[in-house]
Design a binder for this molecule. Structure first.
Ligand SMILES: Cc1cc2nc3c(=O)[nH]c(=O)nc-3n(C[C@H](O)[C@H](O)[C@H](O)COP(=O)(O)O)c2cc1C
Length: 325
């Protein structure tokens, strides 16, 4: 099965990327991951000013997943441009790089993008609009408030011609409508999903296990939400989608592709097994060979089926709202 695809004006040699915040700026994992064998990576989110991050402990495991509150620890835009991007430019040729950008205001996103834009070493930006540990000033994460989300995307769009991914949240009751808002504001693609807000307490004391209190849930617990969000977004827009959330095996990646994602990202699984992403690349190729599937593109789930509303029409037919039983 051919794994490569043309997307965002370039070729991805396969559909598997490393997710933001789980591979630093590439260099940090180079000893344990063959980055050039992957479709690419997304850097740690870069903010305007350097951030130290939240108090320890910053990550904890629970049954089917992980919870983290790193607090977007990063060197800030100036140092990312001067110290991090040159390594990526010098060392990666085949793997495609998106730089993740975060901020408290639209102006902060714009300043980060303006600082990084003249540099080499990366393809595009992934706007982190959905970090549960870092809300918009006086509000929810951008991804949960469509006007705020649209404003950030519009303002950044005006300053770069590079591919622009909008990273959306799993706790969004209508990912299709948010996807359309992102498309109308000028995004070239969507990444779904970021972590889900959560809280793990010590049962004996009632104290949170994380230093910051609550955090973002990732890993297998997140997968059904991620697949659902991708399916809903696929029906709301024709933009390419990058699926993330609980992908640790080939079957998980297949679910996201079937739901409508063109690319996938592996995050938490890399902590337990740094070769997880490379294993999934090999697993997809082997799966395709066994099934006689010609190209990964043939697996990617479609938008609305015949009879359903098309992307861009005012009232797409929603999936039935899930009801707890
Ligand atoms: C330790 C950790 C740090 C993360 N940092 C970021 C980040 O800086 N920016 C971002 O957009 N997402 C960040 N994420 C979210 C991941 O990129 C991904 O969307 C999420 O974890 C779901 O994928 P997974 O279940 O494969 O980990 C982080 C996740 C983890 C576990």
């Amino acid at each position: 099965m051919r794994l490569e695809q043309s997307l965002f004006g370039t070729t991805f040699q396969n559909p598997v990327l490393l997710a933001a915040g789980t591979c630093g700026f590439g260099r940090e994992v180079q000893g344990v991951v063959d980055l050039e064998s992957l479709g690419g990576l997304v850097t740690k989110s870069v903010t305007l000013e350097p951030r130290q991050g939240n108090p320890a402990p910053r990550v904890a495991e629970f049954g089917p997943g992980m919870i983290n509150s790193i607090g977007l620890a990063n060197p800030g835009a100036e140092r990312a441009a001067g110290e991090k991007l040159p390594w990526l430019g010098a060392n990666l040729g085949r793997a495609r790089v998106f730089v993740s950008v975060a901020g408290h205001t639209a102006e902060e996103y714009v300043s980060v993008v303006e600082t990084l834009e003249p540099e080499d070493g990366f393809l595009g930006f992934e706007l982190n609009l959905s970090c549960p540990n870092d809300a918009r000033l006086q509000g929810l994460p951008f991804a949960l408030e469509r006007e705020a989300l649209s404003r950030v995307i519009r303002e950044v769009r005006a300053r770069t011609e590079r591919p622009l991914l909008a990273k959306l949240a799993p706790n969004d009751p209508d990912p299709g409508a948010t996807a359309r808002a992102a498309e109308e504001a000028g995004a070239d693609g969507l990444t779904l999903v970021n972590t889900l807000p959560g809280l793990v307490l010590e049962p004996e004391t009632g104290d949170p296990v994380l230093g910051a209190g609550s955090g973002g849930v990732s890993g297998p617990a997140l997968r059904p939400l991620g697949v659902w969000a991708v399916r809903r977004a696929r029906r709301g827009t024709s933009l390419p989608i990058v699926g993330a959330g609980g992908i640790s095996a080939t079957d998980d990646a297949l679910q996201y592709l079937r739901a409508g994602a063109s690319l996938v990202q592996v995050g938490t699984a890399s902590f337990a097994d740094p070769r997880a992403a490379a294993r999934i690349v090999a697993g997809l190729a082997a799966w395709g060979r066994r099934r006689g599937v010609d190209s990964v593109k043939a697996l990617i789930g479609e938008g609305p089926a015949a009879g359903e509303a098309r992307p861009g029409s005012p009232e797409p037919v929603p999936d039935p709202v899930p009801v707890a039983e």
